[in-house]
Ligand binder design. Structure first.
Ligand code: BGC
Length: 266
């Protein structure tokens, strides 16, 4: 694999499973030293670190709750101690809690906002503070890059998941505003918006034939996404091939946003 990120230092939040794990592996395969942030399941983190190392890459695991300011700051301090700086932040940690508004508790709302949106803010702020100190980074024309893992639900409304949709839409305009603030400092901030990707978060859908059949009606491209589909898009946005791209969203969704019902008539 081409080493587009050789010598760079990356942090991927929520990276010991699903999309985050695939991103961590991909960035390491392209030559980056990677921090695998996690909140639970230390065994899975250690296994991923070992897998990356067995392929000649470099990774460490750091436990931190991204919604907690002190833990985020401690994680970045530990990363700088081990790796010296940061070039790439992938804000991947995310949760969804199903509930309709009339029953939604404040605790459920706070949890989703805390991880998905406040976590993005806290990690982005810590990364940007360090990016501003970066000069002449290897294989990077920019001082630093952030890629947010958003969702098609930054534009597609989703009954029962209004808190999740609020965070994904929020991430979009937060990221674009910050991209505007820091473009002149040569910091790039983009999002990748996956559709239905086969991960533990939506296992109830893809493990059920009826769920899969329903999903395919929403999926013009005719297959569920794989984590590597997302990881490839993230690696591209982190690389110098995307040096002129900032403040945008790359949808990786098999056409889910294309109003697929209209295939059958308007
Ligand atoms: C959600 C998945 C869902 C997909 C498509 C993602 O953001 O995390 O649970 O399958 O959107 O609706």
């Amino acid at each position: 694999m081409e080493k587009r990120l050789e010598g760079q230092k990356a942090l991927v939040t929520g990276a010991n499973s699903g999309i985050g794990a695939a991103i961590a592996e991909r960035l390491a395969a392209e030559g980056a030293d990677v921090v695998i942030n996690y909140i639970a399941n230390e065994d899975a983190t250690n296994a991923l670190v070992a897998k990356i190392k067995s392929k000649g890459g470099n990774a460490i695991g750091i436990k931190a709750d991204v919604s907690n300011e002190d833990q985020v700051n401690a994680m970045f301090a530990q990363m700088f101690k081990s790796f010296g700086t940061i070039d790439i932040l992938v804000n991947n940690a995310g949760i969804e809690i199903h509930n309709f508004l009339e029953n939604m508790t404040k605790a459920e709302w706070d949890k989703v906002i805390g991880v998905n949106l406040t976590g993005n803010f806290l990690c982005s702020r810590a990364a940007v503070r360090q990016f501003l100190k970066n000069e002449n980074r290897p294989k990077s024309r920019s001082r630093g890059k952030i890629v947010n893992i958003s969702s098609v639900h930054q534009v597609i409304m989703w009954a029962g998941f209004s808190s999740y949709c609020a965070t994904k839409a929020g991430i979009n305009l937060f990221a674009q505003s910050v991209a505007q603030e820091y473009a002149e400092k040569k910091i790039r901030i983009n999002s990748v918006a996956p559709g239905a990707i086969k991960t533990p978060i939506n296992q109830n859908v893809w493990s059920d034939p009826k769920g899969m059949a329903d999903l395919m009606t929403k999926m013009p491209y005719g297959r569920i996404g794989e984590v590597d589909d997302v990881a490839a898009a993230v690696a591209f946005l982190c690389s110098d091939e995307a040096d002129y791209i900032t403040g945008t969203t790359l949808y990786v969704d098999g056409g889910m946003c294309l109003y697929p019902e209209f295939r059958f008539g308007g």
